[in-house]
Every structure is written in C-alpha cells, then in structure tokens.
Design a protein around this ligand. Structure first.
Ligand code: FES
Length: 360
C-alpha cells in the first residue's frame, strides 16, 4: 500500500444530508489518473487540508460513498457534520461551491472488512450521529457485493431532523427490504408507535440488541460514534456473548485538543530517525514532544490528521527502540503486536528510536 499523499480534486457539489441542515455531503470528482491513489475500502476516511490564517488545518472525514462509485463514476463523497465554530465544517457549509479545489489525503483506516460475493454473512452496526458516515459505505457495499448477506443497523440521533443520510438509508432499505434491517433511535423526540426511544447507552443497548439480532451470531459488528457510546456498546456486546474479535470500532469527536490529550509523562530527550519514501531523516526530539512533532519539522510531508490518537493517519512502525503512547484507539491488538504506533501519541522510552512509514 502506498503511503497516503495529498492530491487536489474538484468539488462537484455540496448537498445537505440532514433535514435541519446540520450536515452536508461534499462530492468530489476524482480524475482517472488519481483513481488508484484514492482507491479505498468501505469504512475508510480522508483528511482535508485547508489553509486558514497562514496555517494549515487538517480534518478527517469518513467516506460515505462506495468503491464502486469511484471506479464507475470517478466520485468520492464525504459526510460532514457542522460543528459550531468548526473551521472546515463551517467552510464546507458556507463557502465551498462547485468548481472549488480541495486538498485531500488519500484514504486510510481499518474500520472495515473485505467483502466477498461468495459469502453469506450477518453484519450489524451501532452508529450514533455522524458515525453513520462510514457505516453507510459499509452497508451499501455489503448489500451490493454479497447477495446472501444481511445487515442490521441501529442508528441513534437526537431527532429525525438531525439524522444524516436518512433518505439514502431509506433508499437502501427499499432496494433490499429483506436484507437490511434499519432501526432508528431518537433521544429527544417521541418515536412513532412501536419504535424505541433513548440514547445509545449500555442500558438501552442491553434491551434493544437481543430484540434485533442474536448478538453472538453476528459475524461482524461495526460500532461508530463518540468515545462514550463506543465503549458502552462494546461493553453491551461483550455482555451478550459477542467475541471482541468480531467488533470493529471507530471513534468520532474526542473533544480535546492535541496538547490536552498528552497525558503520558514527558519522557527524556531522544533522537528519532524516520524512514519515509526510502529516505532516512534523523532529528532530535525534546522532552514533552511527540515523535510526530519532531518529524513534522524535518519532513512536512509526513501524514497526520487529528493528532489525538483517533484517526490512525500518522501510523508507522517502530523498527528500533521503544515508545509509549497515551492513546492507541486507532490501533488493533494485531497492529500493536506488529510494532505499529501512532506517531502523534508516541513518546520515546529509549535514547534512539527508528520509525518506518514505508513498511505498512
Ligand atoms: S494523527 Fe490521527 S491518530 Fe495520529
């Protein structure tokens, strides 16, 4: 897999995808020569880079479109929830217009599974708010690719009006009435008769999950939303006998700045060597700085986005020395066993550390 890089693509449209206008979908045109660079698997995300007041902001957004849309029509769609004061989301909703250029980092992420037309599987997702964005791509691809598979989606929102992609999900339901089971849950409005009400917390999930599926018989679970919801859902699934190896999670909205997130001790000064694109760069690392901080100054093309340990864009592998990390949400147990790290969270434990971006 090639290291993710930024490319410029043209915006085709910016379309509201929630009835109250609180979310938009940005559709980008990917020229033929960039199709391979933007090839992705459902559940992955891209990073947008935007110059603002002389600095660059980066934000990660999940793709709601499918790989087939990319290969057949050359289109990528990102789902963007408008965040009060949010730099990119405000720009997307207010200023972004067809014909504008966007700088996108090619897709990354591990929130997904390979689909196979020969398989008959049972999938289920628990998504809150904008957590539906990668789930939509997974659901559409699974139903399209695996005619024998079924998908159950439990989707929580405050109200019907703030629900992202309600129409697109409804269309999927109409096309696959027997294979898609879609259940909406609203925390701030009275549901129609027979539908549940509440937040996606442990107590609600304990009641709802066994009504929807036999949890332990689902082959793959996808859980996406804020950290609290994701951990409550994981606990509820474990309580219903679900094997943790079948549960994939993706966090949104950690809600802290990168600096606040560094709860680990500062560590001592160290020397960091980074291998990227076959070139080795060695830089000093001051106490209290992350490996990413040190690398960024010398190699500005280093991939990163959230700097809070959530998106996984800054992932690399330690090939010499040791580090510790405050957060490893974007890594699986297998990733950690292989020596993969999130450079934005990594603080050296040894005098010398060598990091390789090329081996992933
Ligand atoms: S930049 Fe997002 S996990 Fe490091």
């Amino acid at each position: 897999m090639a290291r993710p890089r930024f490319h410029r693509v043209r915006v085709e449209s910016v379309t509201p995808v929630a009835a109250d206008g609180s979310a938009v979908e940005v559709t980008c045109v990917v020229p033929d020569e960039l199709t391979d660079a933007f090839a992705f698997t459902p559940g992955q995300h891209v990073t947008v880079r935007l110059p603002v007041d002389g600095r660059q902001i980066r934000r990660a957004y999940s793709l709601c479109s499918t790989p087939r849309e990319l290969t057949a029509r050359g289109r990528l769609r990102l789902g963007v929830r408008l965040v009060p004061g949010g730099t990119f989301s405000s720009h997307a909703a207010r200023d972004l217009t067809p014909g504008d250029q966007l700088e996108l980092l090619s897709p990354v992420g591990t929130f997904g599974v390979p689909f196979d037309p020969a398989r008959r599987r049972r999938y289920a997702a628990v998504a809150a708010g904008s957590g539906i964005t990668p789930v939509l791509s997974l659901v559409a691809t699974a139903l399209d690719t695996e005619p024998g598979s079924r998908f159950t989606v439990l989707y929580g929102n405050r109200a019907a009006s703030s629900t992202m992609f309600a129409d697109e999900l409804g269309d999927l339901k109409d096309r696959h009435p027997r294979r898609l089971h879609l259940v909406h849950l609203f925390s701030r409005e009275q549901p129609r008769a027979g539908l549940p009400r509440g937040r996606l917390d442990r107590a609600t999930l304990d009641v709802l999950l066994p009504r929807l599926v036999r949890p332990a018989e689902v082959d793959e679970w996808f859980v996406c939303g804020p950290a609290g919801m994701v951990s409550e859902a994981a606990a509820a699934l474990a309580g219903h006998g679900v094997d943790p190896a079948t549960v994939r999670t993706e966090l949104f909205h950690v809600g802290e700045s990168p600096r606040e997130s560094r709860t680990e001790p500062a560590g001592d000064a160290a020397e960091v060597s980074v291998v990227m694109d076959g070139r080795v760069t060695t830089v000093p690392l001051e106490p209290g700085r992350s490996v990413l901080d040190a690398v960024m100054a010398a190699r500005p093309d280093v991939p990163y986005s959230c700097q809070t340990g959530v998106c996984g864009t800054c992932r690399a592998r330690v090939v010499e020395g040791e580090v510790r990390m405050a957060r490893t949400w974007a890594l699986t147990d297998e990733d950690r066993a292989a020596g993969d790290i999130l450079t934005c969270q990594a603080v050296p434990l040894t005098d010398r550390v060598r990091i390789d971006f090329d081996v992933l």
